[in-house]
Design a protein around this ligand. Structure first.
Ligand code: FES
Ligand SMILES: [Fe+2]
Length: 441
């Protein structure tokens, strides 16, 4: 539970807000690289409540600049993309990807030269990595976060995005809450909850058994660890033969997560939740395999909506969304699928949206399986306090700290999260992995 004031402090990211100031310390993905063509049409981009246009010049350089032409305020979305930049459609002022004014055809050469410095557009720092175009609102400290797949060949990963119609923070809370798998992502078989994969019974391989264990044990025991980029959430469920089944999730400041559901050899998946405004966000979704290229079949499945990837239209808006109640099928809900909503991603989206445009955290009854959510909120709010006192929030200027991995592990019944995570991931559990401070209140 949060006070109303803390709920606002956690969720609002527009200009001048506390959380907005925190987000502006970090690189954020604004678009997929493939959304901008060299010399192609500019795209409108809204991020942290601010409007921009993004475009690539004829040499392929990407720019993200304010949309308002400094001459008389025309929207540069309507501008003509020419080789060295965008030309306003009204009177032809011309700007490069860094917002520098290149040409003022409405003035004499002499006047134009003196006007140009004043006519520069506000622009964001831009870098491309991991098939995404990243922006920074201020002076970047360091590189874009070195996510686990950053240095893999492009054949090893797939990146997409999907529009989410609620505040970013509750969507993150869904992403780091593995407890909900026992219900939200359950199937129905013979009128009972059942795992996503058909069970082969006791002694089946853990890759299968995990779906049954998640159905059987709805009270995973959480251990939260900390590292230089954020938190590691280790959730243990009872498995067969007195073993524990662990789902280990990474949260990296301020809005990235690597999801579990990966035994060694499996593909890994993760998300970045980027606020558009206070009532919607883009979720950038990635899948990768450190050991092999993704197959064509896997790429097609992700592109068509599978797992954390939604089935989306040409604008990356999910087909099953708030306006159509996610095409909930009440017959299926009784017979085949616990929610009646098709797709893991769509189930997650529906339930996060259902908490309201901004979830009211003043009215909650949190329990032991909400420990990760509590720690996330605390880390975010403490980071805001730290920043306001002049400190450096976790992850700022520390791109390498983001090189962490998530996944699943099996252990003996008395194993502790710190050892399980370290054994499973080694260095990739997180640099300076340490046990969490304090308790979950
Ligand atoms: S408003 Fe853009 S050139 Fe006049
Ligand atoms: Fe989920």
């Amino acid at each position: 539970m949060l006070s109303e004031q803390d709920n606002r402090r956690l969720t609002l990211t527009g200009p001048g807000t506390a959380m907005g100031n925190l987000f502006r310390q970090y690189w954020q993905p604004a678009l997929l690289s493939r959304e901008l063509e060299a010399g192609g049409a500019p795209k409108r981009v809204k991020i942290l409540g601010e409007d921009f246009i993004a475009f690539r010049d004829g040499e392929g350089r990407a720019g993200v600049v304010e949309p308002r032409c400094p001459h008389r305020g025309a929207d540069l979305f309507f501008g003509r993309n020419e080789h060295s930049g965008i030309r306003c459609a009204y009177h032809g002022w011309h700007f490069d990807v860094q917002g520098q004014c290149l040409d003022i055809p409405t003035a004499s050469a002499k006047v134009a030269e003196s006007l140009k410095p004043k006519a520069a557009l506000h622009s964001l720092a831009v870098r491309e990595a991991c098939d995404m175009i990243w922006v920074h609102f201020g002076t970047p400290q360091g590189d874009t976060p070195q996510l686990d797949f950053t240095d893999l060949p492009p054949e090893h990963y797939f990146v997409s995005k999907k529009f989410q119609q609620c505040n970013w923070a509750q969507a993150v809370e869904g992403g780091i809450d593995t407890a909900h798998f026992s219900y939200l992502h359950a199937n129905i078989d013979n009128g009972e909850r059942a795992g996503l994969m058909p069970s082969q019974g006791v002694n089946e391989p853990p890759e299968n058994g995990r779906y049954r264990w998640m159905i059987e044990d709805a009270t995973p025991q959480f251990t939260i660890l900390e590292h230089d980029a954020g938190l590691v959430m280790c959730a243990a469920r009872q498995a067969d033969n007195n073993q524990l089944y662990w789902r280990i999730t990474q949260f990296m400041m301020p809005n990235h997560s690597m999801a579990p559901n990966s035994f060694p050899g499996d593909n890994h998946v993760g998300n970045t939740w980027v606020p558009v405004d206070d009532h919607s966000c883009w979720i950038f979704c990635y899948a990768y395999n450190p050991e092999r290229p993704l197959s064509e079949q896997e790429r097609r499945a992700y592109a068509n909506g599978f797992g954390i990837f939604a089935e989306v239209d040409d604008n990356y808006v999910p087909i099953r969304r708030r306006e159509n109640d996610y095409l909930i099928d009440r017959e299926a809900q009784q017979t085949t699928n616990f929610t009646g909503i098709s797709g893991i991603s769509e189930q997650d989206a529906a339930i996060a949206d259902s908490q309201g445009l901004i979830a009211d955290r003043t009215r909650e009854l949190l329990g032991q399986t909400d420990l990760g959510v509590v720690k996330f909120r605390r880390l975010m709010l403490e980071s805001v306090d730290l920043m306001e006192k002049g400190g450096t929030p976790r992850g700022v200027g520390n791109a390498l700290a983001y090189r962490v991995r998530s996944g699943d592990a099996m252990s003996e019944p008395d194993a502790v999260g710190l050892d399980v995570a370290t054994n499973r991931f080694g260095e990739l559990a997180g640099m300076s992995l340490r046990e969490s401070r304090g308790t979950a209140a």
